[in-house]
Design a protein around this ligand. Structure first.
Ligand code: RUQ
Ligand code: CUA
Length: 651
């Protein structure tokens, strides 16, 4: 990609000039110019310029891509069991998926957000929300492993999440559905005035990223759809879109569209933080899981937390205001300067842009237009910065390029529209294929966007790829936005349903990406640190096998004395200290998944042998020329047998 053949480019330009070919419509014609092809071509052995982290939606995970190539590098398991790596199947990772509803091996993951320092991406962690059984996850961007999951109490449909403040002080989680708080048995049609919407502020410890549920604001019973932090001048505030301010509880497609305007809730979290630090708020009994993965033992633990601090909005005057925003707004986006708050009214054609300065002036002038449940409503005209008459239909989400431009997706009219902040004029529009949801510019949700590419994530694929039965993978499209006009460069398939995505320059992550885990730092209680420590121990009907692996051998490789009815734990330590050499482990009849054990790591799989016989196990990852020889046997005797445990160390 870097080695552009200039002569070819000049000749090509000349040829276009001769034929009168106009590059402008390359997106609709389906025939891309070779200029576009060169822009996405990453030659063999070369690397991409950006990482892109796409949420998997109903896959529950995150997928990692390179830009501009659109090549998929990895799927990071977060909320879903993942047989490819054994996540959620191994004894070490099962606790990560514990909740107050028990073991929940799936979720609906929507909005990844990378940690920031001073409003710029710092590449330490990425956060994502579980929408269905409300949870927030923190993933290390060194190991690309899920390190922590916090359940969110009093929430339901954790959708206006997981956005972070500009120094990663908080990861914020807002409920989409309002519910009775605390949950109780009550008639649904008594919703209005009785249900609450919890907005949770979870602090992130700067040293190690540990999450702590600091407080929850119990808002009126609206739906809280999306949110974004203030930044720069508006740092200290958080903005949430609401819909269903009608508080309807049935036929929402009609009944929640009655009000001409819903609200953006502006929350001064610094003020609430101060209130809470001074002893404000009410402790409420709760029950929610906090799951932490220990870096030294590579083992997760799950703790149930029993209390949450709640804040009633009217107890902190001057902290929360409503900004009227037309037509059931969905996206809520804040520009890199922190001045503009954009509400995308999904039933309107126009975009509403609020001004932070005007909002502050209106608050100081106490110019209110009534209140809702004690929360002051500002006057629409007083806070409005401008309206983008876009000519599109169904605006959803907006990102920024750092050059004073904004890019908004339109679901109904299937396009990305580029417009100018401050003048509100539309500069360009390009079709998407089809029905675009979110879009992402690397750093586009920070003070410092890298405005070279935008990725549009489309909800419908149809004819873009070879058909694969009734369902197609969703389609992403990459546009070059470095010029005045956008240029469609490529399509690439995604996995699950990408909602939001986050991207960053490759150099922020690539140099610090973990290569191995050091064996001499392995603190796993069942680690086998030298092959001579490999052994088998019986404890009642539990059998613990301490096993080590190195190309191309399991130690021990033959085990006898196991009986039907035993619970056999294979604790496997990978002794490799080389980058990219995992070993796998699987045994016939195992009803979990294989394990993929990284260099220096220990992982555990449980096997409950059902049948007498001699059963093989093998390595599932083709690790060397003698990978096929990496195998062993377990002899399983009848429950009544008294064959002693024995094993071979291969000497
Ligand atoms: S959503 S397509 Cu889950 Cu972010 Cu708007
Ligand atoms: Cu180890 Cu294949």
């Amino acid at each position: 990609m870097k080695k552009v053949n200039y002569v070819a480019v000049i000749l090509m330009g000349f040829a276009m000039f001769l034929t009168g070919c106009n590059n402008k419509d390359s997106g609709t014609s389906g025939a891309l110019s070779s200029g576009a092809a060169e822009k996405v071509y990453v030659a063999p052995g070369e690397q991409d310029e950006f990482y892109a982290f796409l949420s998997g939606g109903y896959s529950g995970n995150i997928t990692v891509y390179g830009l501009p190539s659109g090549r998929m590098f990895k799927e990071i398991p977060v909320f879903s069991q993942f047989p490819t790596s054994g996540y959620g199947y191994s004894e070490e990772t099962k606790p990560m998926l514990n909740t107050s509803f028990g073991f929940i091996p799936w979720d609906d993951a929507h909005h990844p957000d990378i940690s920031q320092t001073n409003g710029e991406l710092d590449g330490r962690w990425i956060f994502i929300n579980g929408n269905n059984t409300p949870r927030i996850a923190r993933i290390s961007l060194t190991t690309f492993e899920t390190e922590e999951i916090m359940e969110v109490p009093n929430s339901a449909g954790n959708h206006s999440s997981s956005f972070i403040t500009e120094n990663t002080e908080y990861v914020v989680a807002g409920t989409r559905f309002s519910v009775p708080v605390p949950q109780r048995d009550m008639p649904i049609n008594e919703y209005k005035g009785n249900f609450k919407g919890a907005l949770s502020f979870i602090s992130v410890a700067p040293e190690n990223g540990r999450l702590n549920m600091e407080f929850q604001i119990l808002m009126p019973g609206f739906d809280y759809d999306l949110s974004h932090p203030g930044r720069g001048k508006s740092h200290g505030w958080f903005f949430f879109t609401t819909y269903n301010t009608e508080e309807a509880n049935s036929l929402l497609e009609v009944n929640a569209s009655q009000n001409d305007k819903d609200f953006i809730a502006a929350i001064n979290w610094k003020k609430i933080e101060e209130y809470v630090k001074n002893g404000g708020g009410t402790k409420m009994a709760a029950n929610y899981a906090h799951n932490v993965y220990d870096e030294e033992t590579h083992t997760g633990t799950s703790t149930m937390l029993k209390e949450v601090l709640t804040v009633n909005p009217t107890d902190v005057p001057g902290a929360i205001f409503f900004l009227p925003t037309p037509k059931s707004p969905h996206g809520c986006d804040v520009d890199p300067t922190g001045q503009y708050i954009i509400g995308n009214g999904k039933l309107s054609a126009d975009l509403t842009v609020h001004s932070f300065d005007k909002m502050i002036a209106a608050i100081e002038g106490e110019k209110f237009d009534g209140e809702a449940y004690g929360i002051p409503i500002l006057k629409f005209e007083d806070v409005l910065a401008g309206t983008v008459k876009s000519g599109g239909l169904g605006p959803l989400h907006t990102e920024f390029d750092g050059q004073g431009n904004a890019y908004t997706t339109f679901f109904i009219s299937s396009e990305v529209v580029k417009w100018k902040l401050g003048t509100w004029e539309v500069i360009d529009r390009k079709p998407t294929f089809y029905s675009v949801g979110h879009l992402m510019i690397p750093g586009g949700n920070s003070r410092k966007p890298f405005g070279k590419y935008v990725v549009a994530m489309n909800k419908i694929t149809k004819d873009r790829y070879l058909p694969t039965g009734p369902e197609m993978e969703h389609s992403a499209q990459l546009y070059d936005i470095s010029g005045e006009k956008m240029e469609l460069l490529s399509d690439f398939p995604t996995h699950g349903e990408p909602h939001y995505a986050a991207g960053c320059p490759a150099e922020l992550l690539a140099p610090k990406s973990q290569k191995i885990y050091r064996l001499d730092e392995n603190k796993h209680p069942y680690a086998t640190l030298t092959p001579d420590k490999a052994r088998v121990e019986r404890d009642g009907n539990e059998v613990h096998i301490y096993m080590s692996t190195i190309r191309s051998h399991f130690t021990p490789d033959n085990i006898e004395g196991v009986k039907v009815g035993d619970k056999v734990y294979f604790h496997i330590t990978n002794h490799e200290q080389d980058f990219d050499v995992p070993h796998g482990f699987s045994i016939i009849g195992q009803n979990t998944s294989e394990l993929l054990v990284m260099p220096g790591q220990t992982k555990t799989s449980v096997w409950e042998p059902k049948k007498v016989g001699v059963w093989p196990f093998y390595c599932t990852d083709f690790c060397s020329a003698l990978h096929q020889e990496m195998q062993g046997y377990v002899r399983v005797s009848p429950a009544s047998s008294n064959i002693e445990l024995s094993w071979s160390l291969g000497d």
